[in-house]
Each structure stands twice: as structure tokens, then as C-alpha cells.
Design a protein. Sequence first.
Length: 265
Amino acid sequence: MAEHETVEFVLDGTIAGQPVSASAGVPFLRFQEFNEEVQRYVQGSDDKAALRDLTVQISDGSYRLRVLIPAGLLASLVADTAQLARSAPLADIDPHRARVILRWQERAKMDGQLTYAIRSPRGAFPPVTVNKDSTLRREERVQWVQIERYLVGKILEWGGAQSPNIHLRPRNMKEAIIIDATEDQIHAERDNLVYHQAIVHVRARQNAQTGEIDKKSYKLIELRPYQPEVSEDRLQALFEKGAVAWKNVPDASAWVNERRGDTYG
């Protein structure tokens, strides 16, 4: 690829019934709008300082900017524009360039007579045309991450000959979720937990941007009965721990009131 490459940005069609022409004149707001958007497209996500070496020519025939793109911007601009020429989703290109293309497409659909184009005279990428018939879309790619969760709820059903799973209705939810399991996992449970509360350790996919969990991705890691009762041994251990912590405080109530400012004294 050459160190510099000329790229043409074209505004064509009619505005208010008059043909777009560099020599006959372009309405100032459209002139300013187009120039700023070309700058944003060329710059992409790079720092504005990257535009210092930019050279621009204005050609007649429509309103056409011939921009000599320096090496620092060339690779990403050519790659992104080539993606556009293949009608790739706009999520695949620099987000600043994608926003410019969406604005051009929206404007072309509203006006019906405007056409935008990006061309490479040397053929660095196929020509891109944006008009009222364009259907470029910004399809966001979801970034999924693997997570683990402990769910407490009632098991409504488990088993399945072909695809073993567990139907669990978590607490504070009206609908059940389906958790994929293996036959061995369910067979290993000695107690029939159907219609009983259980603690279910699962793995699932979560949208990194929104936090939403893919409801079809739940997979069982471990299952055990839900036993909220505190064991006597555990309770006694807590009592003993508390007694040690307070052994040097002669009057616990007075100590608490003192730190509250004796509000309740």
C-alpha cells in the first residue's frame, strides 16, 4: 500500500431543486455539514493531530473532495471502507465512521435526491455509495462472558430422556428457568427434590454490556437441598465467639448506649 492515497468523498444529487455543484454553489449548511463529516470519517478514532498532513482538493461535477490521506490514517480508512463496500455490519468498522455513514443514509432516505459516495481512484477499495436505497445497519455484537451463580428456588421438574434438565422457579420470579444437566448429575441425587426448595449452582452466559443473562445458557454445576435451619453446633459456636469478643465489657447495653450518644438511655 502506498504511503499516501487519494480518496474521493462525493456529495451528489439535488438540494432544494438545484443540482449540487462545486462551481454553481452548495448551500452553506450542507457545505459545512459535509466537510465536517468527511473530516470525522477520515479521522475515525484517531487524534485530531493526525489530520495535520491532510491535503484537500475540491473538484467540479458535483461537490467532490479529493483528500490525500497520510500513511497514519490510511490503513484503517481503507480497511473500513472496504468493509462497507461488502455491506458488512457497521459494528465491524470504526464507530465514528459508522456514525457518519448512518447520518448520510438517514439524510439520503429523507431527501431522496441526495447521494453520497466514497471512491478510490487507484482502486484501493471498491466504491461505496449511500443513497435512499441503502440498507446499512449497525448490528451490535454482543460480548458474552461466563459467570457462575447460586440460585435458590423450587424445583418444578427434572429429568428428560433426550435432554436432561431441571425446571427451577427462583425466588422472587414468576417464571421457571430451564437448566441443562446430565443424566449422571440427576441420578446422583439421593432425594427427590421435585417441589422442594433447593440451592442450585449454575454456569451461564452474561451480556458484558447490559448484564442480561442468556436464559438458554444455564448449565448445572451442583445441586443441594435448601436447609435454612441453623444447626445447633453452628449456633453454639457463634455464641461462644460472641462471648469471647465481649468478655472485657462489663455492661454491654451501657457500652452500646455510650456509642449512640445515650439516645436511648
